[in-house]
Design a protein around this ligand. Structure first.
Ligand code: COA
Length: 154
């Protein structure tokens, strides 16, 4: 599969929100509890995606006319890295992250940081990110939202 990377455009908002929501439901099932997953949905609302694209630089990956991946960089912060479940594990996440890091370098940044989900931690470690600390939030249903603050020198 050859996916094309390009900058986010306003018309991408609906499809991009749908992609992120679907990936959260699929990739976080069995990893996070229901309340934690709902928290992710709130954090990645359409309004938040629109705002982050306006404040930073959002990339989308397209395949056969469909959006299948995304990532955003704003200053030194990288966020909202999502690859459609059926496209994961084929190097697309690496391509998106490389492009965001290059953008940060071009902006004069010397490092980038992010909050990694449990399933994504190894992905970031493979790509040169180091663990700064582990954070966790406890939910009323007994679930825990665990994430990892990670950093990479560019
Ligand atoms: C995390 C994510 C963005 C990675 O994208 P991807 O396209 O699947 O990753 P790639 O195929 O580019 O993988 C790059 C490297 O990381 C490794 N990797 C990717 N996901 C991994 C995982 N879950 N566990 C272990 N290694 C992983 C790959 O094996 C590859 O290593 P290699 O080149 O040495 O073989 C994607 O899997 C995803 O969207 N996951 C669910 C949502 C999520 O957690 N997003 C991150 C929010 S912080």
């Amino acid at each position: 599969m050859t996916e094309t990377l390009r900058p986010f455009q306003p018309a991408d908002l609906g499809p991009l929100h749908a992609l992120v929501a679907r990936t959260i439901e699929t990739s976080y099932a069995g990893v996070y509890g229901r309340l934690a997953i709902d928290h992710f949905h709130g954090h990645h609302s359409a309004e938040q995606i629109r705002k982050d694209a306006a404040d930073g630089f959002t990339l989308v990956a397209e395949h056969a006319g469909l959006l299948v991946g995304t990532g955003t960089v704003a200053g030194e912060h990288i966020g909202r890295m999502y690859v459609a479940p059926e496209h994961q594990g084929r190097g697309l996440g690496r391509r998106i992250l490389d492009a965001l890091e290059q953008r940060a370098r071009d902006d004069g940044r010397e490092s980038v940081y992010l909050g990694a989900s449990i399933p994504a931690r190894t992905f970031y470690e493979r790509l040169g990110y180091g663990l700064v600390r582990e954070d966790a939030h406890e939910f009323a249903d007994g679930g825990r939202l665990v994430w990892f603050r990670m950093v990479k020198r560019l």
